[in-house]
Every structure is written in structure tokens, then in C-alpha cells.
Ligand binder design. Structure first.
Ligand code: DX5
Ligand code: ZN
Length: 216
């Protein structure tokens, strides 16, 4: 059974609360919250106030906050106070990685690191023992609805083997182009958590889409 984290970037923002409630009721265990700053990636999404409103209305949800921003250290406190359950930032950001991990931990939040398609998973080695989650991007970050890059699969395999070798505890998440065709490959390669945006919110029956992915 996979954990499903629907990317609400593909939700209808005019009824965001209802869309979140719908996927949670369908069995999604997390909400994937994509923050984009127009600098780290060439797109802007939503930030702290929207997370705060969602958290106020759905306080028990797990907020899997994916920071596609250049300066995650600067915004950690604001996002965590707004309700982030997991602060998931990029290894390729401009801030000091260890200082950012330490700050997130000091604020009492779970911490994850994400790698872009051009980054090898071995680059995460200094941090792996400290992480709750590693996210492997299977598209270039910035936009929903892109095509899955199979190069993510070998990264998942390596990270799964490395977790065993170290006795580490991080969960493995994959994000980008995950749908009914690619999700089984991701699970086979070691993904514990499937992020899916267009495959859920673009489906004729989003609840059924969540249930199908969760059954893998
Ligand atoms: C991409 C985001 C993803 C995106 C996934 O930059 O990090 O979470 O919303 O969308 P799909 O599932 O449509 O590829
Ligand atoms: Zn994402």
C-alpha cells in the first residue's frame, strides 16, 4: 500500500478547502503543498497565508510542504507556524543545508530534502541519517502536468538500499508525472509516498484516482 500525497497545485483554488477535504476523505494521508518563489523555479504558486487558512479549516491533515524556493531557511519559521507538518526543501537551494535542517528541527517540524532530476542521490549522503523523508523529483520542478522521467527510478533504488545499509528511517517520495502507468514502477523501485497532481485532480473521479494509487 502506497501513501498518497495529492499535489494541490492542480486543485481548483476557488474551492481549495473542499478539494483537500475530498482527497483526504478518499484516503490521501498527506496534502502536498508546492511553494514556488519565481526565483528557484520560473513559476509562483502560493505561500504562508494559504497554508494558514487550510490548516485552520483542516487542522488534522499532514501538510507535506515542498519548498521550491531559493531561501528555505528564511521562511522555515513562518511555514511551520502556519501548519507545515514536514518541511521539505531542495538540496540545490542557496541556504546552508545543515543550518536549515537544524532550524526546522528546533521548530519541532519533520524535515525532508528534495533533489532535482540533475542531482545524484549520493549528494544527499551527509544528511541522510537526519531526515524524515527524501523526495526524488521525476520532472524539473516548477509546473504540474509534465512527463515522468524514468531516471528517478534508479535514484529510488539507490536510496532504498542506502536506507537499509545505514539503518536510516527516511521515507521515500516521488513527485512529477506520477500516474496510473508510472506509479507502479515507482513503488517497485522503492517509493513509499506518491505525489500526484494532475493524475488526481485532473481525473474524472479524483477520489477513485486516490484510492487506486493508494492500493499500489
Ligand atoms: C512540480 C511540483 C509537483 C507537481 C506535480 O514542480 O513539485 O508537485 O505539482 O504535478 P503532476 O503530478 O501533475 O506532475
Ligand atoms: Zn511537489
Amino acid at each position: 500500500m502506497a501513501i498518497v500525497s495529492p499535489s494541490i497545485l492542480s486543485a481548483d483554488f476557488g474551492k481549495l478547502g473542499a478539494d483537500c477535504r475530498m482527497v483526504l476523505d478518499a484516503g490521501a494521508q498527506m496534502l502536498h503543498y508546492d511553494v514556488m518563489d519565481g526565483h528557484f523555479v520560473p513559476n509562483i504558486s502560493f505561500g504562508v497565508p494559504v497554508l494558514k487558512s487550510l490548516h485552520k479549516n483542516l487542522p488534522d491533515a499532514f501538510y507535506d510542504v515542498h519548498l521550491m524556493i531559493s531561501h528555505p531557511l528564511q521562511y522555515a519559521e513562518a511555514f511551520i507556524k502556519a501548519g507545515a507538518t514536514l518541511y521539505n526543501f531542495h538540496l540545490e537551494c542557496e541556504d546552508d543545508i545543515q543550518a536549515t535542517i537544524d532550524a526546522v528541527r528546533a521548530l519541532g517540524c519533520k524535515v525532508g530534502l528534495t533533489i532535482k532530476p540533475g542531482t545524484e542521490p549520493q549528494a544527499l549522503a551527509p544528511y541522510l541519517d537526519q531526515l524524515d523523508l527524501v523526495l526524488v523529483m521525476s520532472v524539473e520542478p516548477g509546473f504540474g502536468g509534465q512527463k515522468f522521467m524514468p531516471s528517478a527510478l534508479d535514484k529510488l533504488r539507490w536510496l532504498k538500499a542506502e536506507r537499509e545499509a545505514r539503518g536510516a528511517h527516511y521515507l521515500l517520495e516521488v513527485d512529477g508525472g506520477v500516474d496510473n502507468a508510472t506509479a507502479p514502477q515507482c513503488v517497485e523501485a522503492g517509493a513509499d509516498i506518491l505525489v500526484a497532481g494532475s493524475a488526481v485532480f485532473g481525473a474524472a473521479d479524483p477520489a477513485a484516482a486516490v484510492q487506486h494509487l493508494a492500493s499500489l
